[in-house]
Design a protein around this ligand. Structure first.
Ligand code: GLA
Length: 352
């Protein structure tokens, strides 16, 4: 296969006056991804259906103004701590750190101005390229300790994947949990209830009324959270189940069966109408299945599209929500001298 191509173009100016750029990564005969430096957002991701027809399979906006106006993390990189931290506080080395409570009493997705709203710096690109974005999150930014130097490298793989490699280092002990918040719709429109999801997880982390994990690792067997065999998102989503009610649908972290640190396929989604398949690979111990329960048509979507409730789903590879306050969960502390590493791949296997 021919090498990947990468091109760049201006994409407007962020509120802090920084110029934003849009990069296009393309492999002839393969998928095409457009990524902007504001939030490291995947603006579009075009993949072929069973007849070779390219469609954009991610929700997003036509221009930067759309993302600035209102975006529930559409396609964005999320940090310094993805998902929730209970009561917007945690303690590291005996010091309590307070964060902004931006989701009821809790902190969500890095705070008021998380990594999704930062303008990332793009390294010069060559051919065969990786798009390397970097961001320095200053000591005390959004309440988190330590200067955190983050790198997010996007590349296209030979097997039709968009790969994202994160690395991060700190100069003070801190907590880190990074993810990619793309909303997918493999049909290119409509709701996602017919998409069939499979997740390699025997357990999930049930939540309290504010969507903070209770600490229990609950078996999925016999619950609407059993995705060990492919199941349509809509098959059980309206069941009379306390957990589904709390999330207003699926908004839960799954405890992946694979060993943390190894890059494995952990989830697979198939859209029967188009035959499109998405495989999610990660090194992370968890994945949040979020079924767009809070989408309400407010976002001005691409080409005048209205993104209604459940018109997209997310599979956010991550460490478990609220880990800084849950000693039994896999650890999320990063110390000076250590290197945080995490990989996520969205792969679109092609039909024979
Ligand atoms: C995550 C959360 C959801 C919601 C979305 C963004 O997936 O778990 O509750 O906040 O992000 O709207």
């Amino acid at each position: 296969m021919e090498a990947a191509l990468i091109t760049r173009a201006p994409f407007g100016v962020a509120p802090d006056g920084l110029a934003v750029e849009l990069f296009t990564l393309r492999r002839p005969g393969g998928i095409e991804a457009r990524i902007c430096t504001y939030g490291g957002i995947i603006v579009s991701l075009k993949t072929p259906d069973r007849n070779g027809r390219l469609d954009d399979v991610v929700l997003g906006c036509d221009d930067l103004a759309g993302y600035l106006a209102l975006s529930p993390y559409l396609g964005a990189l999320v940090g310094r701590y993805a998902n929730r931290i209970a009561q917007a506080a945690f303690t590291v080395d005996g010091v309590k750190y307070n964060l902004a409570a931006n989701n009821g009493p809790n902190a969500l997705h890095g705070g008021r101005k998380g990594f999704d709203k930062a303008v990332w710096q793009a390294a010069p690109v060559g051919t065969g390229a990786r798009l390397v974005l970097s961001y320095l999150s200053k000591d005390g930014e959004e309440g988190y300790p330590g200067n955190l130097s983050v790198e997010a490298a996007y590349s296209l793989t030979e097997d039709h994947g968009l790969r994202l490699d994160f690395t991060a280092t700190t100069d003070k002990t801190t907590v880190v949990n990074l993810t990619q918040h793309a909303y997918f719709n493999l049909a290119g429109g409509g709701d996602v209830l017919g998409h069939e999801v499979q997740i390699d997880a025997d357990r999930f982390t049930p939540v309290d009324a504010t969507l903070i994990p209770t600490g229990e690792l609950r078996p999925v067997a016999g619950t609407p959270f059993d995705f060990r065999q492919p199941m349509a998102i809509g098959a059980r989503i309206e069941q009379d189940d306390e957990q589904l009610k709390r999330g207003q649908g699926y908004d839960h972290n799954f405890v992946l069966n694979h060993p943390t640190g190894r890059l494995d396929v952990v989830a697979r989604v198939r859209e029967p109408g188009t035959g499109r398949v998405l495989e999610v690979l990660t090194t992370e111990p968890g994945v949040q299945l979020y079924t767009g329960n809070f989408l309400n048509g407010a976002v001005k979507g691409k080409d005048g599209r209205v993104y209604g409730r459940r018109s997209g789903f997310c599979l956010e590879a991550q460490h478990f929500p609220d880990s800084p306050n849950q000693p039994a969960f896999p650890p999320v502390t990063l110390k000076p001298g250590e290197v945080f590493r995490s990989t996520i791949v969205f792969r679109f296997p092609q039909h024979g």
